[in-house]
Design a protein around this ligand. Structure first.
Ligand SMILES: Cc1cc2nc3c(=O)[nH]c(=O)nc-3n(C[C@H](O)[C@H](O)[C@H](O)COP(=O)(O)O)c2cc1C
Length: 173
C-alpha cells in the first residue's frame, strides 16, 4: 500500500477542526490544531485525539493531566491555521482565554470539551490522548469541517421521513 493512497483516502473523510490546549503548573500554554477528535464512550464519557509523536507539543501533552478540546466554528479558519503553524507563538493573538480548569479556551468555539487524561496510548507515529470528559459546553454556531484539504461547513440534508425513522427504531440519532 502506498502512503499517498492512504493519505488521499483519509483526506476524503470529513473531520472536525479543533484546537486542543493545556497549561502546565508554571502557566506555560500549549496547543495544536487537530482533526482527529472523536467520541469514544458514553459511560464513562471518553473522547480521543491523536497527536504526532514528533510534534513540538507532544512532550507537554504527554505530561499533562488534563486537556481542553475547542471545536472550531465557521469563521475560525485562521485560528486553525495558526495552531498548526510551526515556530510561532500560537497564543500571541490573545484570543484564547482561561476557560475550564484554567485551560486556554475560545469563548466563541462551537463546543468545548474539558478532559482529564484517562490514557495515553502509543499507536504508530502518533499518541492517542484518551480523555475523560469533565465538562462540556456548546454554543449555537455551525462547526467548521475539514475535508479534501479544505475547510467547509456542513449543509444539512432533509430529515428522513418520521415513519421510516420510527420503523427503524431510529428515534434518537
Ligand atoms: C486541519 C488540520 C488538522 C490537523 N490535525 C492533526 C491531528 O489530528 N493530529 C496531529 O498531531 N496534528 C494535526 N495537525 C497538525 C498540527 O496542527 C501541527 O501542525 C503539527 O503538530 C506540527 O506542529 P509543531 O510545529 O508543533 O511540531 C493538523 C493540522 C491541520 C491544519
Amino acid at each position: 500500500m502506498e502512503a499517498a493512497d492512504f493519505t488521499r483516502a483519509m483526506a476524503r473523510v470529513p473531520g472536525p477542526v479543533t484546537v486542543v490546549t493545556t497549561v502546565d503548573a508554571a502557566g506555560t500554554r500549549s496547543g495544536f490544531t487537530a482533526s482527529s477528535f472523536s467520541s469514544v464512550s458514553l459511560d464513562p464519557p471518553l473522547v480521543l485525539v491523536c497527536l504526532d509523536r514528533a510534534a513540538s507539543t507532544h512532550p507537554a501533552f504527554a505530561a499533562a493531566d488534563r486537556f481542553l478540546v475547542n471545536v472550531l466554528a465557521e469563521g475560525q479558519e485562521a485560528i486553525a491555521l495558526r495552531f498548526a503553524a510551526s515556530g510561532i507563538d500560537r497564543f500571541a493573538a490573545g484570543d484564547l482565554k482561561p476557560c475550564e480548569a484554567g485551560m486556554p479556551g475560545l469563548p466563541d468555539a462551537c463546543a468545548r470539551v474539558a478532559c482529564t487524561l484517562h490514557a495515553l496510548v502509543e499507536a504508530g507515529d502518533h499518541s492517542i490522548l484518551v480523555g475523560r470528559v469533565e465538562q462540556a459546553h456548546t454554543r449555537d454556531r455551525p462547526p467548521l469541517v475539514h475535508c479534501d484539504h479544505a475547510f467547509s461547513r456542513p449543509v444539512p440534508v432533509a430529515r428522513p421521513d418520521e415513519e421510516l425513522l420510527s420503523a427503524l427504531h431510529l428515534t434518537e440519532w
